[in-house]
Design a protein. Structure first.
Length: 108
């Protein structure tokens, strides 16, 4: 299954946020980590695609007065979404290892 670069970043954000992954927090972490501010429309389009591809599942939180009675839609990685991220990382690392002079930092 094809995974676009922005979709990959959104999946990474969802995984990093854990139980607090909803539209606003996903947008905030993307801005913090990439320095770019994605539009809410682009983010929601990506989230719908990721849900259609079964990389994420959703559930609604409770309605709150501060949101005018609206519920937050929370996102969570599926095991398939985790596997797709692992495959994308493996592919990237396989290419990177073949680039002369590229100093890859390893996590220890």
């Amino acid at each position: 299954m094809k995974l676009g670069a922005f979709e990959e970043l959104v999946l990474l954000a969802i995984g990093a946020l854990g139980d607090d992954a909803y539209g606003v927090t996903i947008k905030e972490i993307l801005k913090e980590k990439t320095g770019k501010k994605p539009s809410i429309g682009a983010l929601h389009s990506a989230l719908y695609r990721l849900e259609d591809k079964e990389f994420v599942t959703t559930h609604e939180g409770g309605a709150t007065a501060e949101r005018g009675g609206r519920r937050k839609k929370y996102y969570q990685l599926t095991s398939y979404g985790i596997r797709i991220l692992e495959e994308a990382n493996e592919l990237r690392m396989a290419f990177s290892r073949n680039i002369p002079g590229l100093n890859l930092k390893t996590q220890e």
